[in-house]
Design a protein around this ligand. Sequence first.
Ligand SMILES: *[C@@H]1O[C@H](CO)[C@@H](O)[C@H](O)[C@H]1NC(C)=O
Ligand SMILES: *[C@@H]1O[C@H](CO)[C@@H](O)[C@H](O)[C@H]1NC(C)=O
Ligand SMILES: *[C@@H]1O[C@H](CO)[C@@H](O)[C@H](O)[C@H]1NC(C)=O
Ligand SMILES: *[C@@H]1O[C@H](CO)[C@@H](O)[C@H](O)[C@H]1NC(C)=O
Length: 556
Amino acid sequence: MAPSLLLLLLLLLLISSSSLPAPRRTFLLNSADRPLLHFSPPDVHNTSTLLLSEDTSTLYVGAGDALLSLDVSQTDVIRLKKKVEWRPSDSQINECKYKVRNPTVDCPNLVSVLQPINSTHLYACGSHAFSPHDAFIHTESFSLVEHGDGKARLRCPHSPFRRSTAITHDGELFTATTTDFKGAKPQISRHFSKDGRPDVCQESSASLLQDPEFISSSLDLSERKLYFFFSEVGKEFRFIDELQIARVAQVCKDDVGGLRTLQKKWTSFAKASLICQSPKQLPFNVLQDVFTLPPPEGKNASETLFYGVFTSQWSSGPESAVCAFKLQDIRDVFSGSYLTLNTQTMTWAPRQERRILGQCGLETASDQDLGDVRKSFLTGEGVKPVKNTPLVVSPDQRYSRVVAERVKVVNGKEYTVLFLLTESGFLHKVVLFDGGEQLVEEIQIFTEPQLVKSMVLSSAKGVLYVGTSEGVTAVPVARCSIYSTCSQCILARDPQCGWSRSSRVCKSPTDPHQDIAQDVDHANVSDECQGQTRTITVKGGDIGLFSSAVSDPYNR
Ligand SMILES: *[C@@H]1O[C@H](CO)[C@@H](O)[C@H](O)[C@H]1NC(C)=O
Ligand SMILES: *[C@@H]1O[C@H](CO)[C@@H](O)[C@H](O)[C@H]1NC(C)=O
Ligand SMILES: *[C@@H]1O[C@H](CO)[C@@H](O)[C@H](O)[C@H]1NC(C)=O
Ligand SMILES: *[C@@H]1O[C@H](CO)[C@@H](O)[C@H](O)[C@H]1NC(C)=O
């Protein structure tokens, strides 16, 4: 985007755009109609990272001064299997106290990385009294052995309030974090590199990143690339100070650096802007979260979608938006045009040809080519979202986390369901349609705003786990029994609920499907509920007779 265009957009007044309709149902915390399962013992706090075991029976939790292993094999109970304390020593705490403003919150060990590293161990990294430490955890015994190579500061942040991202593959660890006390030195690097190849990181002298906040990362195995999502200051727009830009950066998984130039440094690093903007509106330019949704089974990896939650640097209220980006569109941008940095004036100019930029396999490239790579690492085009516009815009909710899943309904059609966590403590279940979206329900998960938040979905179990400062909450993705009539069930448009004509209840569709009435696209009650007359008793004594009813007592 040309700077002048952006300036024009900045001058446009904010007019309210089409936004998310009100939720059809609202459940306050611990409503009897929509029960949640809490795991919040008094000695567990700041649940910052959640990791579900492959068989979905164990939930590993990175928290404040501790790691936990929870048995989640049953849907009605969360049981503590093992807990290991992982706190800084008294002398480490004392040392920390002199360095920070608020020792009580700054000096505990906040675990920010928890990833499987091989078939027997997990890897963890924590802030550890402003002096990052890392460790391996044996998954069976859940015993922790601190790792002593002195490089933990390159793998997770010093401050418990800084965000970072990490991803493991085949025993190797890829991280994007700030690496110093002040959080001013960002670094994307590979650790525990296999087969004797060197660990690789970024050139620290070059201004490759500008005060980034790292959000998320994803592995594209088919192209052997990693993507890192973050926001940073957009230095290519020189006319505005501190303009935030959402970005995606790439590196090649197997990059080993150059022969002379860029030794042990990425030869494949490049970054691109992520665009999330409604027509004639200010851009949503600050990234809050990104969720990677793999393609439907049997589909090409290029169909992978990244759902991003964005806020705007110019919002006065709690506004936010969701944009989805297709992997193929990201690939296309990285194989398109590039800008070149003039290191004297620190300005960007378009370059004529791409040649080798953004490619893997440059380890034997000439010094001249790698010199090009060093100054041409920003793409000419930004990545446009699916449909060219946000999928969800909320004028009054600040979303902070997102997970997405594909749900196949009775007629075989697939829908995407988003679970969005608001800053104020509500979970929004949103169904995306070709022509819009429906906020099926909102469920209150916590009452006080939480700094630490994490979500992990078990589609197989139908449970979403939310980590907060208070512990872990399990939220069933649907509770169809809250819809007591056929019309309520159909009008909810929840792909995870259908009306059983024989047993006359709203339930999650299981085989056989012939019995289930469902119309997620049109919610045509007169069609679907024909002959489903039934006297119902709604809580609160509201008694009604519904036969091919088109009205909905809960329609607001
Ligand atoms: C997994 O990694 C840990 C830590 O490096 C190591 O001790 C263990 O032997 C590894 N296990 C396997 C099966 O490779
Ligand atoms: C950890 O939780 C406490 C409250 O339980 C909160 O005051 C503190 O800010 C949290 N720390 C972080 C890093 O969010
Ligand atoms: C996936 O799609 C890409 C780009 O559209 C194509 O180059 C590739 O051959 C496809 N792969 C498979 C396995 O079909
Ligand atoms: C429902 O479907 C019937 C017939 O298929 C149609 O006549 C009616 O207009 C539809 N109602 C709505 C609300 O779409």
